[in-house]
Ligand binder design. Structure first.
Ligand SMILES: NC(=O)C1=CN([C@@H]2O[C@H](COP(=O)(O)OP(=O)(O)OC[C@H]3O[C@@H](n4cnc5c(N)ncnc54)[C@H](O)[C@@H]3O)[C@@H](O)[C@H]2O)[C@@H](O)CC1
Ligand SMILES: [K+]
Length: 521
């Protein structure tokens, strides 16, 4: 499933009409038919309620007029309130407006000079409101009557069903422009819009469904749309079936540099994560004095004691050994719990410049990189960085607020500038590849807010890299399966109290689910 901006959507609509030859009015009919079926799922007794369609002046209103007709045909009590004089309507919206009269559907036009409360009283009696005021054609801040109407609608104790996007929400950024409808459900057309999947927009859409309105899927490729929504369906095709003769030597060997005094848990979780996604072998480089602890904590993974600093953190003297060992390995994960000790920093810098295999850099390694990000350009092998918003802010020398308000732009710009795959963690994790591919994750839940979650993710991404997945796919699979395993374990049941190691138990089942989905399609 692809995610588009408002202007990309307009381009795809135009191409479907002009190049493919599907008339706009057909798309409008398809849109409304799909939306009507979805709204009936969301509000099963919809046809017994009084339905008010709030209409603006563009094609979004046109969709609303078709919905009014469809529900009237099914016996519902429907009325339409035009917030702008119908003389402003054009094209397909106008055609569908004219049909209302023939079907005796009551239409009221808002009188700008009239008293608001008197005119609103008719809407107040509605059992459900259909929001067809503004769609992807929103151009500027919502003011005046539209603003009043949106705020009054939000205060009604009835379901609001949004057509394409809640009115007032910027489809490209997810920010309300002035104000926006808080919908019970949104039927969106053709593709997801960025504004529906990122914060704060995702809090406005309610239940969200993409309606197929007949835009040929090949058009998205032709128009260079490369943003993906990570779901079971979109990822199943990427899970490679495992040959029956697979053995530990052919399933990838992952090396891990993690842990220092007080941080042996991070090292453990990375190793477990890599193993749970199917890495054949895992070896942990650990400061020598901590080796006895890891020998006990880890069962399947092997340990490799390395020279350490006086603070029991990895020392740069370990670099030659690590490079030699990693020479015939498939992936290296480095960073969690290694400290910011200056000698550990030298080790990380050496690894970035000389590592002989793809690497995942997380936590302390990311903080070390943020001191001299140009270091990343020296890497000989692909890098995946997995910052949380605070680490991302350090990487770009900005604030957490800037990062959080512009997650997609920040991730894609950094990825392109430094030639790395970037995983910006947090709600709706963003994965960006240097060639412009981008994904937003749909899985995960608040029970994941706890220490160690990032370590398990680092291990999972390294585990996929180790099995030969290219960095962007390894990152997307790791991110999605991580959240999906947490959903399987806790989603909808509990919102807190899930140890990071718990979700790992569910990882193989989630991968199995994707494999089964792949084999069916
Ligand atoms: N062929 C197509 O292009 C299709 C479009 N569809 C619908 O069409 C919508 C887009 O239609 P339009 O491009 O006509 O745009 P909209 O219907 O979203 O709104 C455009 C109108 O609102 C006005 N407007 C914009 N910002 C405003 C603001 N802040 N305050 C007050 N008025 C404002 C504009 O001047 C214009 O008159 C989609 O969201 C979707 O619902 C669907 O019918 C599917 C097919
Ligand atoms: K709308």
């Amino acid at each position: 499933m692809f995610i588009v901006t408002a202007s990309e959507m307009a381009g795809l609509d135009r191409a479907t009409i002009e190049e493919i030859g599907i008339p706009g009015i057909v798309l409008m009919e398809n849109a409304a038919r799909g939306a009507a079926a979805f709204y009936l799922e969301v509000v099963p007794d919809l046809l017994t309620r009084r339905i008010t369609v709030l209409a603006g002046s563009g094609n979004n209103a046109g969709d609303g007029f078709v919905l009014a007709r469809l529900f009237k045909n099914q016996g519902a009590d429907v009325r339409v309130v035009c917030l702008r004089p119908p003389e402003n309507l054009q094209g397909d919206a106008l055609t569908n407006f004219r049909i209302l009269d023939k079907l005796c559907i009551p239409v009221r036009t808002w009188e700008e000079q009239g008293d608001f409360d008197t005119q609103w009283s008719a809407v107040r009696e509605s059992g459900t409101v259909i929001d067809a005021i503004l769609g992807t054609g929103l151009k500027s801040e919502v003011r005046g009557l539209y603003r009043q109407v949106i705020e009054a609608a939000n205060a009604l104790p009835v379901p609001i069903l949004a057509v394409d996007i809640p009115s007032g929400l910027d489809a490209s950024t997810g920010k309300p422009l002035g104000t926006a409808i808080r919908a019970t459900a949104t039927a969106t057309f053709g593709f997801l819009k960025i504004g529906q999947v990122v914060e704060p927009g995702c809090d406005y859409v309610g239940r969200l469904k993409v309606i197929d309105i007949g835009i040929p899927p090949t058009l998205s490729e032709k128009h260079g749309i490369r943003r993906r929504w990570l779901t079971d369906e979109s990822l199943s095709a990427w899970v490679e079936p495992r040959p029956v003769g697979t053995h530990k030597g052919s399933a990838g060997h992952v090396a891990v540099l993690s842990g220092s005094v007080g941080k042996t848990g991070a090292a453990t979780l990375i190793c477990l994560g890599a193993g749970r996604v199917g890495a054949g072998l895992v070896t942990l480089f650990i400061p020598a004095s901590l080796n006895p602890i890891l020998e006990v904590k880890l069962t399947e993974a092997m340990t490799y004691p390395i020279p350490e600093t006086p603070g029991q953190t990895p020392a740069s003297a370990a670099l030659p050994e690590i490079l030699e060992f990693a020479g015939d390995k498939q992936a290296l994960a480095a960073g969690p719990g290694i400290s910011l000790h200056p000698d550990t920093q030298r080790l990380v810098e050496g690894l970035i410049a000389q590592a002989p295999c793809p690497m995942v850099l997380d936590a302390d390694a990311v903080t070390i990189v943020s001191r001299t990000p140009d270091l990343l350009k020296k890497a000989r092998q692909p890098l995946v960085l997995t910052p949380h918003p605070g680490e991302m802010a350090r990487l770009i020398g900005g604030t957490v607020q800037t990062v959080q308000e512009n997650r997609i732009e920040v991730a894609s710009e950094f990825s392109r500038k430094y030639g790395v795959t970037l995983v910006l963690k947090g709600f709706r994790t963003v994965v960006a590849a240097p060639d412009g591919r981008l994904a937003v994750n749909s899985s995960g839940n608040p029970a994941m807010a706890g220490g160690g979650m990032g370590d398990t993710l680092t291990g999972m991404i390294a585990g996929f890299l180790g099995q030969g997945y290219e960095p962007y796919r390894a990152a997307c699979l790791g991110v999605y399966i991580h959240g999906a395993a947490a959903d399987r374990r806790f989603g909808g049941v509990a919102t807190r109290g899930m140890p990071a190691s718990d979700l790992l138990d569910d990882v193989p089942e989630v991968i199995g689910r994707l494999e089964r989905l792949r084999s069916r399609s």
